[in-house]
Design a binder for this molecule. Sequence first.
Ligand SMILES: *Cc1c(COP(=O)(O)O)cnc(C)c1O
Length: 379
Amino acid sequence: MKLATKLIHAGVEPDPTTGAIMTPIYQTSTYVQAGPGDNKGYEYARSQNPTRKALEDALAIIENGKYGLCFSSGVAATDAVIKLLQPGDEVIAGNDLYGGTYRLFTKVFEKFGIKFHFIDMQEPENIKTFINKNTKLIWVETPTNPLINIIDIAAVAAIAKQQGILTCVDNTFASPYLQNPLDFGIDIVLHSATKYLGGHSDVIHGCIVLNDADLREKLYFIQKSCGAVPGPQDCFLVLRGLKTLHVRLERHCSNGEKIANFLRSHPKVAKVYWCGFTDHPGYAVAKKQMRGFGGMMSFELKNQSMEETKRVLSSTKVFSLAESLGGVESLINHPATMTHASIPREERIKNGLSDSLIRLSVGIEDVDDLIEDLKQAIG
Ligand SMILES: *Cc1c(COP(=O)(O)O)cnc(C)c1O
């Protein structure tokens, strides 16, 4: 079955009691048993919920995996993956990461004795330098946030497999429409479903998809023991969002391409970070592992003063100044003070994330209106 059909039909069946075509929101905390232990596979809603199960099954199929697990947010999903580790274990992660992931790793998990190395993974061989006997996990985001660098997923998976190290790709930026990391040998794929999967900026939700049954048991144990589960209403919203992922992403990609080209030709713009440019350093790898280049991009003005950067950020009328991404509406964001404020300035600058970087999440409005808006804002 092709992705567009899977997005609409995977995991969902007409409701057995009424035939309702949409999966009902099973708003319940517990399930009545005929006798002790005599139940229909549902005991208590932290452990199982039918709306959540429909979504977990759908996500597994869409990401070409066997098992899906849903969490109350993207960071809750990340939290669950790191809880597979023990004190003394080490993680190698990219150096251009979602700020909340960096914060969770450094401010929460470092104090439990887990060590994180944040490195440039654009040259995958670089990873080998940091591998030792304690290395248990390699954490990848690609395209990276907010610099839109591309990491070679198959190359990372091959290095990790050789050494028996677990791999996780945060696939939030690409979405399953553009990229399926499990196909390249990655162990766990993770999403903040808050973004493209939900797609309408109306829900906070996270998920992971994987193939290995033992690993699924461990993560399911963490999910129910730690309890960061989503409610059924949130699962319903993500299920509904999935059904239009392909049509939305087609438009995100075509709008993205036009806006990236518009910005690049603008006399007041110094640099545009978008992986669809043929001279982007990761273009060949992006071509190999992605089906399109998406609507996420960043840029810097020639006038890099804080004043001018802030003026542009506050001048758009169609683009809303807000954190988050991946919704139908276009957003503009200042990583240094918003999404990536939790990364120390020194660390940010070292990795190329300047104070004047502006990030766009290009939505699916009419692209002419978006271009007009940027034109009047940049001036
Ligand atoms: C937003 C985001 C997260 C965190 O997800 P939440 O749903 O906000 O908890 C993780 N990774 C990436 C790449 C994100 O953009």
